[in-house]
Design a protein around this ligand. Structure first.
Ligand SMILES: *[C@@H]1O[C@H](CO)[C@@H](O)[C@H](O)[C@H]1NC(C)=O
Ligand SMILES: *[C@@H]1O[C@H](CO)[C@@H](O)[C@H](O)[C@H]1NC(C)=O
Length: 193
């Protein structure tokens, strides 16, 4: 009588503290250089309120645990992975009274970064930089040319002015000065270009 009561209590405790079964069909999708998506399935019959994932580098250098409760999600994105690196993951279900056993270990290897989009955009940025540099250099050269031309013309105008003021002493030659002026300008332009 006493023994059967004990068995009964034992059974009740066992029922309530029963751990859910381990997740099955663990797989890795959307594999990239720095991220991957883990998905799994849960055998029916138990109330599952969350999951926890252990992510481990194969060389043992890093281990990370991801735990989420109050979710019915059966997948999870792993971020910040390193390229061309081997990882091992295991998933556990979280039930009302504890976590399940860990699933089977699943191995995957991240891709190389060059296959991916960010490195392409980096290359683009580098091209853009060279393009910008060329534009800047061209603009600077044009400015230098404009300034050089201006200086030469200014010198000519100044020369003309000084010759004008000299020639003012002789009013007879003043009429020929404008022709001389434009001729000098034209000559300097042609000579420069
Ligand atoms: C696991 O995958 C197998 C084969 O695709 C399938 O028959 C089974 O139902 C899956 N398990 C669960 C719990 O969905
Ligand atoms: C869990 O989810 C339920 C329903 O979505 C929500 O009402 C509740 O606040 C959540 N609890 C926690 C701790 O997030």
């Amino acid at each position: 009588m006493r023994r059967s009561l004990l068995l009964f209590i034992n059974r009740i405790i066992f029922l309530f503290l029963d751990r859910p079964p381990a997740p099955v069909n663990v797989s890795v999708m959307h594999l990239r250089a720095d991220s991957a998506t883990v998905s799994w399935e849960v055998p029916e019959g138990d109330i599952i309120i969350g999951f926890s994932i252990s992510q481990q580098r194969m060389d043992g250098k890093m281990q990370r645990f991801i735990k989420e409760v109050n979710t019915t999600s059966r997948s999870c994105v792993l971020w910040d992975l390193e390229e061309e690196t081997d990882y091992i993951i295991q998933v556990q279900s979280i039930g009302l009274y504890g976590e399940s056993q860990a699933s089977k270990r699943v191995h995957f290897r991240t891709l190389k970064k060059t296959d991916r989009f960010p490195s392409n955009s980096l290359d683009k940025a580098r091209h853009l930089q060279t393009g910008e540099m060329i534009i800047i250099v061209v603009v600077l050269l044009m400015w230098a040319a404009v300034i050089a031309l201006f200086c030469r013309q200014y010198d000519i105008i100044k020369d003309n002015d000084s010759s004008n003021s000299k020639e003012k002493v002789k009013p007879s030659s003043e009429r020929t000065t404008p022709e001389h002026h434009s001729g000098g300008l034209l000559q300097s332009k042609v000579g420069h270009l």
